[in-house]
Design a protein. Structure first.
Length: 395
C-alpha cells in the first residue's frame, strides 16, 4: 500500500477572544460551525458532500461542546448530514492532534478530503458536580471548574505529578535558571510581534470574524505594554521567589480554527494551489510536572522522520503556554535560530483557547510558508500531564 501525499488547501480561524470577552456569549459548537462553514465557502469548487470526515480537537468537552462537537459543527454549519465528525482530546494538543489524525486517514487512503480543527470556549466551560458516593447526602457538595487544569484528581496520582500548570512552569524556570526579566522580555516580544503582524495585515487572510460580534483582532494583544508594566505584576503561583505571572503566561481564551486537508485527487477538485504539504509528525511523553518541556523530544523526532534538521526550518510556531516553558524548550534546541520562532506573535499575546491552539498553529505555519513561496515549517505544543506534539510542513 502506497502512502499518499497530504496537502493543506486552506486554513481559517476566529479572532481569539479573552476570557469573559467578546466571544464569551458564543457557544463553542457555534464557533466550530463558523470556521467549518467559512472554510467550505472559501473553496467553492469543492462539493461539501465530498468531505469524508471532520476531526475537531476539544480539550474540556464538559459543557455545550459535550455531544461530539465535530459532528455538531457539521450539522450547524449546514453541511450534508452524510458528512461525519469525530472529536479528539489531547488537551492543549487537541487541535494539532485532529490535523494529524485527518492527515493520517488521507495518507492511508481512508479519506480523500477532510476538515481538521479545534475549538474551546474557556469562558463557557461549566462547573461540574460529581455524583455522591451514596444517595441523598446531607452535607455540602463540591463544584469543580472545568476551565483549566487538574480537577477530580485520582488520589493514586503522585503529588509531584499533579502540581498546577503554573507551578510546572516555575519548575522549568528552576531547571534552566530562567529569570523573571527573561520571561517578561519574551512576553513583551510576543505582544509586539503580534501587534505588528496585525498592523501589517498579515492575519487578514486567515482570520474570519464571528458574525454579529465586534471582534476583528485577537483580544488579548497589549500594544502598549512594557517591561515596567510587566514588572509590576505579582507572581501567580509562588509567593516567595516566583517568576511566573499573568503577564508572562498565556491567558484564558475562546476561539476556533479549521483546515482543509486533501490528497492529490481532492486537490484537483478544489482547483487550488495548496498552502503546504504535511511531511511528518511525532508525539512524546515526559514527567507530568515537566510538561512544558514536552515539545523538546517531539520536535526532534518529527524532524528526524521528515529527514530535516533545525537548519532547514524557515518558520516555527511554538505554543507559548508560558514564557518559562517556551524559553526552556529553546534552551534545549541550541541549533535553532530563535528569530524564526513565532514571527507573528505567540499565545501569550494571541491567546490559547486550549482545543483550538494546535489547529491555529498548523494553519499559521501553512499560511507563512505560502507567503514565503517555499520552505519548511514546524508547529509544536506542550501538553498538560506531560506530552509534546509536533508537525512538520513543507512547501
Amino acid at each position: 500500500m502506497s502512502i499518499r501525499d497530504v496537502y493543506i488547501v486552506d486554513a481559517v480561524r476566529t479572532p481569539i477572544g479573552r476570557f469573559g470577552g467578546a466571544l464569551s456569549a458564543v457557544r463553542p459548537d457555534d464557533l466550530a460551525a463558523h470556521v467549518v462553514r467559512s472554510l467550505v465557502d472559501r473553496v467553492p469548487a469543492l462539493d461539501p458532500a465530498r468531505i469524508d470526515d471532520v476531526y475537531f480537537g476539544d480539550a474540556n468537552g464538559a459543557g455545550e461542546d459535550n455531544r461530539d462537537v465535530a459532528r455538531m459543527a457539521v450539522l450547524l454549519a449546514g453541511l450534508p448530514t452524510s458528512v461525519p465528525g469525530v472529536t479528539v482530546n489531547r488537551l492543549c494538543g487537541s487541535g494539532l492532534e485532529a490535523v494529524i489524525q485527518a492527515a493520517r486517514a488521507i495518507a492511508l487512503g481512508d479519506a480523500s478530503v477532510a476538515i481538521a480543527g479545534g475549538v474551546e470556549s474557556m469562558s463557557r466551560a461549566p462547573w461540574v458536580l460529581q455524583k455522591p458516593e451514596r444517595a441523598f447526602p446531607a452535607g455540602h457538595q463540591q463544584l469543580h471548574s472545568t476551565t483549566l487544569g487538574w480537577r477530580m484528581t485520582n488520589p493514586r496520582m503522585p503529588a509531584e505529578w499533579t502540581v498546577s500548570l503554573g507551578e510546572g512552569a516555575e519548575l522549568v524556570a528552576d531547571k534552566h535558571g530562567l529569570t523573571r526579566e527573561q520571561q517578561d522580555a519574551f512576553a513583551l516580544a510576543s505582544h509586539r510581534k503580534a501587534a505588528e503582524a496585525w498592523g501589517k495585515g498579515l492575519y487578514d487572510g486567515e482570520v474570519v470574524p464571528y458574525p454579529g460580534v465586534e471582534l476583528t483582532r485577537d483580544e488579548c494583544i497589549r500594544d502598549t505594554t512594557s517591561m515596567e508594566a510587566l514588572a509590576k505584576l505579582k507572581p501567580s503561583f509562588r509567593s516567595e521567589g516566583g517568576t511566573v505571572t499573568a503577564g508572562n503566561a498565556s491567558p484564558l481564551n475562546d476561539g476556533a480554527a479549521a483546515l482543509l486537508l486533501v490528497d492529490e485527487e481532492g486537490l484537483r477538485e478544489t482547483g487550488r494551489e495548496p498552502l503546504a504539504r504535511i511531511r511528518a509528525s511525532a508525539v512524546t511523553g515526559i514527567e507530568p510536572q515537566l510538561f512544558g518541556l514536552g515539545p523538546v523530544e517531539a520536535v526532534r523526532r518529527a524532524l528526524e522522520k521528515a529527514g530535516r534538521s533545525f537548519a532547514d526550518l524557515t518558520t516555527f510556531e511554538l505554543n507559548e503556554a508560558f514564557a518559562a516553558q517556551s524559553l526552556g524548550c529553546l534552551a534545549e534546541w541550541p541549533e535553532l535560530d530563535p528569530e524564526i520562532v513565532n514571527p507573528r506573535g505567540g499565545a501569550i499575546a494571541v491567546g490559547h483557547p486550549l482545543g483550538a491552539s494546535g489547529a491555529r498553529l498548523a494553519g499559521a505555519v501553512a499560511h507563512q510558508l505560502a507567503a514565503a513561496g517555499s520552505g519548511t515549517g514546524l508547529a509544536a505544543l506542550c501538553i498538560g500531564v506531560g506530552q509534546g506534539l509536533a508537525l512538520v510542513l513543507e512547501r
